[in-house]
Design a protein around this ligand. Structure first.
Ligand code: NAD
Length: 268
């Protein structure tokens, strides 16, 4: 079985990787994709955009030109994604959202949309990262109360926010497992006389340099030993392939609001 997929945001860094991943995926049938109405790439061949040679599909500027798809994969901007949700709801289509940065109110809105359509909200679609969240939960349960917990992350020089959403989510998973309030126990950076570390805190450290795609490590350190759980992304294809997996899974899902833990069957 093949799932008919359209990519929204085809000219972006992720969009180009998503076209390549969808075109090469054995269970995905890429049926189209969109760029901004004002984009100079309007009408371009999607394969040319992705650097894989012509594939006979041209970049649309309206979702109404892409009705053949069963599942839409959206890596655009917050405003565009919110518009796309409305369209998908009206047309009973499934949507994988990779766009990041939604406010709590906007997440609530997406959750409500899940009552009338299948939607996956996945700020990080990497399969490895989502498996790491599960490993953090297991590790925190076993040794979190007895160890010092620190989270390190590194990204390319163009990244605008810090710490990364994934690092914050790592802290959230650990804090939730240990019954701590991350807002109270998070320490974002240290300088000068910081005094001894308090056991309850969860520290964050950030590096921004060059073209690092994304590295995250959680330390669980005691006297005499430590455990480090690390994920390293070496290319954006990791996010694109995870998005394909989400699209394939979502095609058979009922209306609902899902995340990558649902997609990967990692929920207890
Ligand atoms: P980008 O700026 O390179 O790409 C976004 C693209 O969306 C642009 O080409 C833009 O023209 C296009 N776009 C905007 N409005 C549109 C519209 N109405 N119709 C069609 N296209 C439209 O950014 P990016 O690095 O590709 O990231 C996109 C989003 O995905 C960001 O929110 C980013 O944080 C997120 N992201 C998520 C993951 C993940 O794993 N979920 C991974 C990487 C990036």
């Amino acid at each position: 079985m093949k799932v008919k997929v359209a990519i929204l945001g085809c000219s972006g860094r992720m969009g180009r990787n998503l076209i390549k991943a969808a075109h090469e995926h054995e269970s995905i049938d890429l049926v189209g994709g969109s760029v901004r109405a004002s984009s100079s790439f309007s009408g371009f061949d999607l394969g040319e955009l992705a650097g894989i040679g012509a594939i006979g599909l041209t970049a649309a500027t309206q979702l109404s030109e892409l009705t053949k798809a069963d599942v839409y994969i959206d890596f655009t901007s917050i405003e565009t994604t919110l518009e796309n949700i409305d369209w998908c709801m009206q047309h009973h289509k499934a949507l994988v959202i990779g766009t990041t940065g939604f406010s709590d109110e906007q997440v609530q809105l997406i959750e409500n949309a899940g009552k009338s359509m299948p939607v996956v909200l996945a700020p990080n679609t990497s399969v490895g990262v989502n498996l790491m969240f599960k490993l953090l939960e297991v590790t925190a349960k076993a040794i979190g109360d007895y160890t010092d917990i620190e989270i390190f992350e590194a990204h390319h020089r163009f990244k605008k926010d810090a710490p990364s959403g994934t690092a914050v989510k790592m802290g959230q998973v650990i804090a939730d497992t240990l019954g701590r309030d991350l807002n109270k126990v998070a320490v974002y950076g240290r300088e000068g006389i910081t005094e001894e570390r308090s056991r309850d805190t969860i520290g964050f450290a950030t590096v921004r340099a060059g073209d690092i795609v994304g590295e995250h490590t959680a330390y669980f350190a005691d006297l005499g030993e430590r455990i480090e759980i690390t994920h390293k992304a070496s290319s954006r294809m990791t996010f694109a392939l995870g998005a394909m997996r989400a699209a394939f899974w979502l095609f058979e899902a009922k209306n609902g609001f899902y995340d990558m833990q649902d997609v990967l069957g990692l929920k207890d």
